[in-house]
Design a protein around this ligand. Structure first.
Ligand SMILES: Nc1ncnc2c1ncn2[C@@H]1O[C@H](COP(=O)(O)OP(=O)(O)O)[C@@H](O)[C@H]1O
Ligand SMILES: [Mg+2]
Length: 479
């Protein structure tokens, strides 16, 4: 009997969707799939080894910050197991996220529970390693610690199953769970926290011994630099100097940079902040090949199994201004579409032709839809932003240069109005508000999004661009 295939990647012979947009995990698979970040992994690992300082990363949404931190943490853990470092850094399975009005106590509660779980999970893993002959009393103390049983009971006796808190759950739901856990185990929140702190002190008796790596991710969700500073300042004394915890802050749009302005946080941060850049276009083919190899069901070479050529994925990456998560999303849509119309089995020539037909069509459609919503001259900003001078990123202070490169007259206030409109349409993304700088400079930075880049491509191929600047980078890939 023929079974109906719903999953296009299974139909292609893959165990998993190679375009999954989740961050790579702190595990062996994550490590294998991470491409083009050797130096940065090394740098992050080095920062994680520095106790008393928070590792900080800033970079566009989807550039690969969480994946980078996860793999670096996993590397540190492995380095310990292989005797290459005496610091034990323990990864957690998930990162933490803060919302604007989060309650400090609830958040701390969530952290200590997650940390306890992480320690329990890795204790099992460490038990199978022999540390005999090494001078690591702290690890032995951990593995034989009587506190473990208590904590294990408190968490319901389960290490991975029945974990009472999921890091991404909201705080209000965590409160309910906490209550249940407390009642069942007879523990107050402070009691539990004290217990975990005691345990951490036992394992990591000296700060230099290592710690559990806790990542506070997506800080840009706090919406403004001031809100991020306020929220994190509130957590400082309860969390950021706890023995045995190593902290990492990740955020986009400059939010992490704006933390440095806080007198209460500044000295805690390991600076300079790591600015995570897009991986280069030359990494796209190896990145996809690695995934195809990882997820292959059989032993066949899967390099050409997708309905799109790998080099066309690179082209797409360039056109959307090098955003990795957006590329994976688009590639996924493209493959799904071909699956739905029953076209998976194509020759390389057919794939090339289809891609060449598809690209101008989708970009034009999206351009037309958006065009009806704003005055035509507004596109001028996008045209200049995508020129070789800016390559997609500019500041509000670049107005003079924008106006001199424009074929149309613009004033500063029109410029600002257009910027607001383009942000609203999702064509530009804007750095977060930062009220810490009370001087008269406006430091807003704008970046063209993947959507904006596709629209610009449509204008470019239709010869509608309204600027005098050049686009060598686009011409190079233009068919
Ligand atoms: N260096 C890399 N190699 C392979 N895949 C990556 C790499 N960096 C990120 N990814 C993938 O890109 C997507 C976005 O990565 P993520 O780490 O979540 O970005 P961010 O945290 O910056 O938003 C995920 O699907 C992830 O698997
Ligand atoms: Mg992330």
């Amino acid at each position: 009997m023929n079974s109906i295939e719903y999953d296009c990647y299974a139909a292609l012979g893959l165990q998993e969707n190679p375009f999954k947009i989740h961050a790579l995990g702190a595990n062996e698979v994550g490590k294998r799939l991470l491409v083009g970040r050797d130096e940065q992994v090394q740098l992050v690992a080095q920062r994680l080894h520095k106790h008393g300082k928070i590792t900080c990363l800033d970079g566009h949404v989807g550039v690969g910050k969480t994946s980078l931190v996860n793999v670096a943490t996993y590397d540190c853990f492995q380095a310990f197991l292989h005797g290459e470092t005496t610091q034990l850094l323990v990864p957690l399975s998930e990162s933490f996220q803060l919302a604007k009005d989060d309650n400090v106590n609830d958040f701390c509660d969530r952290v200590f529970r997650k940390v306890a779980n992480g320690l329990l999970a890795h204790r099992e893993q460490l038990k199978s390693f022999s540390f005999s002959g090494t001078n690591l009393e702290h690890v032995n103390a951990w593995l034989n610690s009587p506190i473990v049983e208590l904590i294990n009971d408190t968490l319901g006796g389960a290490v991975n199953a029945g974990v009472p808190l999921v890091a991404s759950s909201t705080l209000s739901s965590s409160t309910t769970t906490t209550k249940q856990t407390n009642t069942s185990a007879g523990f107050s929140q402070e009691g539990f926290e004290q217990l975990v702190r005691k345990w951490l002190n036992e394992i990591f008796s000296v700060q230099g011994n290592g710690g559990v790596v806790c990542v506070i991710d997506n800080l840009e969700l706090l919406e403004s630099g001031a809100a991020a500073r306020r929220t994190l300042e509130g957590l400082r004394d309860k969390l950021f100097n706890v023995n045995g915890l190593r902290w990492v802050f990740c955020g986009a749009n400059g939010v992490v940079h704006s933390l440095a302005a806080s007198p209460r946080l500044g000295s805690f941060l390991n600076t300079p902040i790591i600015d995570v850049q897009n991986i280069t276009q030359s990494h796209i083919e190896p990145l996809i090949k690695t995934r195809l190899k990882e997820f292959a069901m059989g032993t066949d070479n899967m390099e050409n199994c997708l309905p799109i050529r790998l080099q066309d994925l690179t082209t797409l990456y360039i056109i959307i201004n090098s955003n990795l998560r957006d590329l994976l999303n688009l590639a996924d849509e493209y493959c799904e579409h071909h699956f739905n119309i029953g076209k998976l089995d194509l020759t390389e020539e057919q794939k090339e032709k289809r891609f060449k037909d598809w690209l101008p069509k989708v970009t034009k459609d999206s351009y037309r839809t958006l065009s009806s919503r704003i005055p035509q001259d507004t596109w001028l900003v996008l045209d200049i932003a995508m020129s070789d001078n800016y390559k997609g990123t500019f500041g509000i202070g670049d107005f003079d240069s924008f106006s001199s490169n424009s074929k149309v007259q613009i004033t500063q206030s029109t410029f600002e109005k257009w910027l607001r409109n383009l942000v609203k349409l999702g064509i530009l993304s804007k750095s977060i508000e930062d009220s810490s700088t009370d001087d008269e400079f406006n430091r807003d930075v704008y970046t063209v999004t993947a959507k904006g880049s596709l629209v610009h491509y449509a204008r470019f191929i239709a010869n509608e661009t309204k600027n005098t600047a050049t686009y060598n980078w686009l011409r190079r890939i233009h068919y």
